[in-house]
Write a protein that binds this ligand. Structure first.
Ligand code: ATP
Length: 320
């Protein structure tokens, strides 16, 4: 094998650049030529491809977003779209591909592997919702961004004796909510994976007020309901105090990746190239118990995301 490609797909995540850098440099170190495909599968279809040198990925390890840019492509979900992508790969002499993204992006990688182009999936999404890895690239950075916001909001919450509802990202996965809530000392954490009773939330608020707490923080993952909806529900359940809503939104996506994400991205990116050098495809790399692992991408796609139930329980025990 002489030539490999790399693309970033789906939502951007801090650390994607560190992964691109690792893939390019690891490839060049082993004598490969590495091509960057801009704008995900959309760029692949349209031949938006350029050769990357070791210097092309200089000064990016510390940057959020992705220098390769990302895009969604409905066309690539069709066999015709995939065929166009394959023609472009052939035209550029690219024999294998590393795809950095979430589960949707993995679907595309699986399709290409089935058609004879070995692809390796690298988990890049802030949601931490990819099975087969303890952490995805970008999650730690997003978590720390949310935590910083919680700490700041807490100052105002205690100064004014308010309850704050903080809406965080997570359509199907509650990891950002759970980890930030536990680290930020939230009273209640509402995640898509666990049912909740509004009366429990109210009881916790009342308990806190009784023992003289000056603030309350509730973290709601957007996939359960919006922060504003939650505030309405709380009101209906009889909470009359000064309640404010803060929707963190897209600030959770950007920013310079943490050391953890940079190291994770470097390790996973390099491992993906090693697998291609071993002639493997249709694998998804990950980290489990701090060991690099790889799984069949098909198995990964079939598994539901789960939350750490012990951590969820602990968050409740510590917020009495
Ligand atoms: P995030 O979790 O951050 O949203 P993602 O990778 O899951 O990331 P998606 O928008 O679901 O993001 O997928 C990214 C792209 O992958 C899609 O725009 C599409 O081009 C491709 N893709 C998704 N599903 C398929 C599929 N079934 N077959 C082929 N390609 C697909």
């Amino acid at each position: 094998m002489k030539r490999i490609g790399v693309l970033t797909s789906g939502g951007d995540a801090p650390g994607m650049n560190a992964a691109v850098r690792a893939i390019v440099r690891k490839g060049i170190y082993h004598g490969l030529e590495v091509y960057g495909i801009n704008q995900g599968y959309n760029g692949l279809i349209h031949g938006n491809i350029q050769k990357l040198e070791a210097g092309s990925v200089g000064d990016i390890i510390q940057r959020g977003g992705t220098i390769l840019q990302s895009a969604r492509s409905e066309e690539f979900k069709t066999p015709e779209g995939q065929q166009k992508g394959i023609e472009q790969l052939k035209k550029h002499g690219i024999e294998a591909l590393v795809v950095i993204g979430g589960d949707g992006s993995y679907q595309g990688a699986k399709k290409l592997t089935e058609q004879g182009f070995n692809c390796i999936g690298v988990p890049g999404t802030i949601d931490n919702d990819i099975p087969g890895t303890d952490f995805t690239i970008g999650f730690d950075t997003a978590l720390n961004t949310v935590l910083d916001a919680i700490d700041k909001i807490r100052d105002t919450a205690s100064s004014h004796e308010r309850t704050f509802i903080i809406e965080v990202m997570g359509r199907n996965a509650g990891d950002i909510a759970l980890w930030s809530g536990l680290a930020g000392g939230a009273e209640s954490i509402i995640v898509p994976e666990e049912n909740f009773e509004m009366k429990d939330v109210v009881e916790r608020l009342q308990q806190g007020t009784k023992r003289g707490k000056r603030h309350s923080i509730i973290i709601v993952a957007e996939g359960v309901m919006s922060g504003n909806q939650f505030a309405e529900e709380l009101k209906k359940a009889g909470v009359t105090g000064d309640t404010r809503v803060s929707v963190l939104g897209h600030i959770q996506r950007g920013g310079s990746p943490t050391a953890f994400d940079r190291v994770l991205a470097s390790r996973l990116g390099a491992r993906a190239v090693e697998l291609l050098l071993e002639g493997k495809g249709g694998r998804a790399v990950g980290i489990q118990n701090n060991q690099l692992v790889d799984h069949d991408i098909l198995e990964i796609l079939g598994q539901p995301h789960t939350i750490d139930k012990n951590m969820y329980r602990l968050s409740k025990e510590l917020s009495i």
